[in-house]
Design a protein around this ligand. Structure first.
Ligand SMILES: [Zn+2]
Length: 238
């Protein structure tokens, strides 16, 4: 990653004085996580870098970077925003593509989503059904146009969201307390039945792959010990 060599975007760099917090005696600088649609390429690139950094931060200090985190970061690197188009470098426009958005959603990357921004990003990559006619409503959304058909409606007086789940003509509504609960529900909607989790594993498949496990572990032990990787052992959220 070459992001750190670049000057931070001052519009998105917020510094606040410790004087505002009587329990703190140091200054902190916080870079906000931008959300799509991005104002410029720099914002998209920052979203991508912060997501990849977040996946490292999920580990605790002292713990080596896992092979799985390493592989996920490499897969995501193929789906970075492209400087010429602003879209995903692998899938084409838009960025974030469905792959990046799924990882951001399921990992609970702490982007400041609102129902409007998250639904727009999901519809743009067909994680939700795109609108046939552009809608400007912020209180009613068609989410999935299949069976079940799912839509969401905000109760103006309470701030709650009613999710209408209509299956074979029958509505089974679900009530969510507020915008945060609705966003959480939307993040969960990116989950798929990805093999092998929740699946029966065909006979003979485990023995087919197991002979490679020792070599993979051995390669990873050596690679993780390289200086550029081993310095990350001390990093991570306590
Ligand atoms: Zn992509």
């Amino acid at each position: 990653m070459s992001f750190s060599a670049e000057a931070p975007n001052q519009r998105l760099l917020t510094e606040f004085r410790a004087a505002e917090d009587p329990h703190s005696d140091y200054d902190r600088a916080v870079t906000e996580i931008p959300t799509p649609p991005f104002a410029d390429f720099d914002s998209a690139r920052r979203f991508h870098g912060l997501l990849q950094l977040f996946l490292r931060e999920v580990k605790t200090p002292g713990e080596p970077v896992s092979l799985h985190a390493f592989l996920l970061t490499h897969a995501l690197a193929r789906h970075a925003p492209h400087p010429a188009t602003g879209g995903c470098a692998d899938c084409g426009p838009p960025y974030p593509c469905a792959t990046v958005l799924t990882v951001a959603a399921l990992s609970r990357f702490p982007a400041p989503w609102t129902p409007v921004t998250l639904i727009a990003a999901m519809k743009a990559v067909r994680l939700l059904t795109p609108d046939r006619v552009p809608s400007r409503s912020t209180t009613f959304f068609g989410l999935l146009d299949s069976d079940p058909q799912i839509s969401a409606e905000k109760e103006e007086h309470s701030g709650a969201w009613i999710i209408h789940v209509v299956e074979r003509g029958q509505d089974r509504p679900v009530r969510l307390a507020d915008d945060d609960a609705f966003v959480d529900h939307l993040l969960d909607m990116t989950r798929t039945n990805a093999f092998p989790f929740g699946w029966g594993i065909p006979e003979g498949w485990v023995p087919a792959v197991r002979p490679g496990v020792d070599a993979a572990r051995e390669w990873w032990r050596e690679h993780e010990a390289l200086p550029y990787m081993s310095t990350h052992r001390d990093e991570g959220a306590p």
